[in-house]
Ligand binder design. Structure first.
Ligand code: MG
Length: 341
């Protein structure tokens, strides 16, 4: 993979020794003409949205609108779903990848783990039960290195400040619209809750009472040193298992989360769901919920030509090429704004 890139962000990323997780700017090139032809056989690429079954989507919207906001919730993936795949033309960092400990030796150790386990994560030849054990091993070792390497909350704060990470345009509008209607947003991630919350604080400059992070959570001592992790370990292969139950069992809050809005019974009574993800596996995020109506939105950020067919079959709506969140904002406003009644 070429790492040729002339933007300052990527140069900074490379200097931070995480270049293996950064795609070159040239990697963004794609055959747009061909893609435009392959979407429904006509050129709808310019709109960057694909709806496989418009009639079914219309029915789902009508059912959700009829039930109202009190029956509705949003379940969202974080990396590359709420955040951009590309930031200023360069590959954005994930909430895990952005973390830099003060002790560089431990950053190198975590990089070594990534280089060893990441190919395993995507190796189709490895049985899922064996792969799951290896993912537990990877996450466990990584968390151990964070503690052993003396991670501090200040390092998290600095890492986020220096990170190549940005929310999609429209995320604030989406959260605000949902907050005004007391609609919960559960963010599921196999990353680190404390980092995600810091990204929210630094990049959005505010908190939302309706947003809750379900992810691996750190415990710091009074001096701001990481001492342990709390709760069940969430890795890439168990992220969706009982995620709603994990959400209900967490008591750490972002800002002034409304407990009543977020308690288990309340969440499970909200049987209409808007699911946001960027990976086919994200479709399972709603598995713990016996939902009545679900609208699934997929962000297909790269490898579009090879993945579009499966995404359009899996998701009700597919946004292409790192699209903004404005389409989702429009969707929820159609569902719940008085003008659409
Ligand atoms: Mg993701």
């Amino acid at each position: 993979m070429s790492l040729t890139c002339f933007c300052s962000h990527t140069i900074r990323c490379i200097s931070d020794r995480i270049s293996y997780r950064v795609w070159s700017c040239s990697g963004r090139k794609m055959n747009r003409a061909k893609l435009g032809t392959m979407v429904n056989g006509n050129n709808c690429y310019s709109s960057k949205v694909v709806v496989n079954d418009p009639k079914l989507l219309h029915q789902k919207k009508a059912a959700i609108r009829l039930a109202g906001p009190s029956k509705f919730q949003v379940i969202a993936d974080f990396d590359n779903t709420l955040t951009k795949f590309w930031v200023d033309g360069c590959r954005g960092q994930s909430s895990h990848a952005l973390l830099q400990q003060d002790n560089p030796e431990y950053n190198a150790k975590r990089d070594e783990l990534f280089n060893y386990y990441h190919p395993i994560e995507y190796d189709p030849q490895i049985p899922i039960d064996e792969k799951t054990k290896l993912m537990v091993e990877w996450w466990g070792k990584t968390h151990g290195l964070l503690i052993e390497g003396g991670l501090t909350y200040d390092a998290i704060r600095n890492s986020v400040a220096n990170a190549v990470i940005a929310f999609r345009e429209g995320v604030v509008e989406l959260f605000e619209f949902l907050e005004e209607r007391d609609i919960p947003v559960l963010i599921f991630s196999a990353g680190l809750a404390d980092i995600i919350e810091e990204v929210l604080r630094q990049k959005l400059h505010r908190t939302f009472k309706n947003v809750k992070i379900v992810s691996n959570r750190m415990k710091f001592d009074q001096n701001g040193n990481l001492v342990s992790f709390t709760g069940k370990l969430i890795h890439s292969l168990n992220k969706n298992e009982h995620a709603l139950d994990m959400a209900a069992s967490l008591h750490d809050h972002l800002g002034e989360v409304d407990d009543q809005m977020m308690d288990s019974a309340s969440v499970k009574k909200r049987t209409n769901v808007l699911l946001l993800g960027d990976h086919m596996g994200d479709l399972h995020m709603s598995d713990g919920l016996n939902y009545e109506t679900r609208i699934s939105v997929g962000f297909l950020n790269h490898n579009i030509e090879n993945s579009l067919d499966s995404y359009r079959k899996g998701f009700d709506i597919v946004y292409l090429d790192d699209a903004p969140m404005s389409g989702v904002v429009k969707l929820v406003s159609e569902l719940f704004s008085p003008a659409s009644d």
